[in-house]
Ligand binder design. Structure first.
Ligand code: NAD
Length: 245
């Protein structure tokens, strides 16, 4: 069968970011033509068109989503920001705008990068599965808006309308070009500021290599079909083994 050209066209909202760029590189390698939509452009790559804009602006988004059948949404303000209004505007209102723009542009599939912290209540989770309820008391405002964002995306899934959604929930992501997580940990340790133990030293934390997170996103997109169990669901993504801290 001939693949319609539009089925290999996709957009990555947040494609200039750490995860977004790894995702874009994998999609290009797999033969997709990719539109990146981001407030900043951080690199250039053949096969990739950049659209600079704010995801809160539907008109900006519509330009980037023209002829696109698959959208990945992995944009977010940095979790370390303590700007509550920004989280609310981008993660909640902005995600609503992304969904509307996708529907208006005739996009068929939307894959959201959520976070495993949406089920974290502050107590240990081992081998946690997707049927865990959303945290009633999220650990911070960022997580609160990630919960709202995930609900919006999953509830928008509508087989009759031909608009399918799925969410991927990584915890910590590590790998080349990581701007925040691991470099900050290493720097803090070098400055001698990690000489304390939380708990009894046997706490585990889940870190996933960025290429595995990308792989999870690509699989989710490719298996998201009207008759598949993925529709409107969230999936945790992890390596085989958690890391001992
Ligand atoms: P990142 O900061 O490297 O990338 C986010 C990108 O979003 C940036 O390029 C930024 O410019 C863009 N962006 C922010 N606001 C925007 C707006 N209003 N309009 C358009 N673009 C905007 O972050 P990342 O680590 O690549 O995270 C990607 C996603 O993964 C986020 O949704 C984050 O919540 C999720 N996540 C990350 C981790 C992690 O450890 N890095 C863990 C769990 C979940």
């Amino acid at each position: 069968t001939r693949i319609r050209s539009s089925s290999k066209r996709c957009a990555v909202v947040g494609g200039s970011g750490f995860l977004g760029r790894h995702l874009v590189e994998k999609l290009v390698e797999k033969g997709y033509s990719v539109s990146v939509f981001d407030i900043r452009q951080s690199y250039e790559l053949p096969g990739v068109t950049f659209h600079q804009g704010d995801l809160c602006n539907k008109q900006d988004l519509l330009v980037a989503l023209r002829d696109v059948s698959l959208v990945f949404h992995c944009a977010s303000p940095a979790p370390s920001s303590d700007d509550q209004a920004l989280f609310q505007r981008v993660n909640v209102e902005g995600t609503r705008t992304v969904i509307q723009a996708c529907q208006e542009a005739g996009v068929q599939k939307l894959v959201l990068t959520s976070s495993a912290s949406v089920v974290f209540e502050g107590t240990d989770i081992k081998n946690g599965e997707e049927d865990l309820p959303y945290a009633k008391k999220p650990i911070d405002y960022y997580t609160q808006t990630k919960i709202q964002q995930e609900k919006l995306v999953l509830q928008a899934c509508n087989k009759e309308k031909g608009f399918l959604t799925v969410a991927i929930r990584p915890h910590g992501i590590f790998g080349p070009r990581d701007p925040q997580l691991v470099p900050i940990l290493v720097d803090t340790a070098r400055r001698g500021k990690m000489k304390f133990i939380i708990g009894d030293g046997s706490n585990l934390v889940d870190f996933t290599f960025v290429e595995n997170v990308v792989h999870g996103h690509v699989l989710a997109a490719e298996y998201l079909k009207p008759d598949s169990p993925l529709c409107g669901k969230a999936y945790h993504i992890t390596n085989d083994e958690p890391i001992r801290f």
